[in-house]
Design a protein around this ligand. Sequence first.
Ligand SMILES: [Zn+2]
Ligand SMILES: [Zn+2]
Length: 342
Amino acid sequence: MKAVRLVKTGSPLAVQEIPVPEIGEKDVLVRVQAAGICHSDAHYRAGRSPVRPLPMTLGHEVAGVVERIGAAVRHLKPGDRVCLHYNITCGECIFCGTGNEQFCPHVLMIGHFTNGGYAQYIGVPARNALPLPPEIPFAQGATLMCASATAFHSLRKSRLRAGETAAVIGVGGLGISAVQFARAFGAIEVFAVDIREESLALAAAYGAHPVHARKVDPVTEIRRLTGGRGVDVAIEMLGSPSTMQQAVRSLAPMGRAVFVGISDEAVPFDTYHEILGNEAEIIGCSDHLLSELPTVIEMARRGVLDTARVVTRSVPLDAGEINGVLDELERGGAGIRTVIVP
Ligand SMILES: [Zn+2]
Ligand SMILES: [Zn+2]
């Protein structure tokens, strides 16, 4: 079969002919119908996040049709529409056994540490394949499995309750889902902070109050709009020290800041005024859980979560086209959400 693969770090992806994956008795073989091109894939290609072993088929946002099932698979059959949870875990360690499988020491993310979806077929354990209802197009099903799922996990981690207020800092792929989930979780007001007009307009269309961080100081503006109180929940999607500080400084007493954006930099806080005196909480959020995905899919099916305006383009399974999209992501092209349709 045809696969578009990272052969050498720092070089363009290349097309290779490789065998259709063999599947074990608890696995399914899926014919890929859509594979999202994610910003992470640009990091992998550039070598900022190591991929091993090489060559590796990238693509961790995958939806398709079950082609074949292993002998022990009961809940799926050939022809079923599915989307794939990207973390393949052992299922047996203490973290897997307690439903916190993002900490499984044996986790293999597809498209990163095991072959992914930039290909005609992919083989995965059957428990990683979730039924995709016919109301959700494959392209949207694929992107639900990354940004939307992690946004959902961040809202869960925030413990947002009905009647509270929230701010989402950075309304790209993750943030636009987080805005919608915050509303669905019962936030009476959601502030969307960004510097991109297009993203702010989209967040506003989903019911957020846009805050343009180049035109106003977001902390001052959020305080002004909440009568000085601040928000109960602030979700930080960008991973920069300054926006992490903004998230904490925007909090009301007993507010919770959830850090989703990745950074390894030290961030200074005024520990008395900003954290302990306020009984504020800073909560880390890493990835998402298999157990959360059926809810994310059902919310998308019901239109509570709308991703129709997120996927803007599709390209064929062609190395040149895919490299072009990754180049655009490297240049920081806003609003790009492209899926590969083999
Ligand atoms: Zn992704
Ligand atoms: Zn495990």
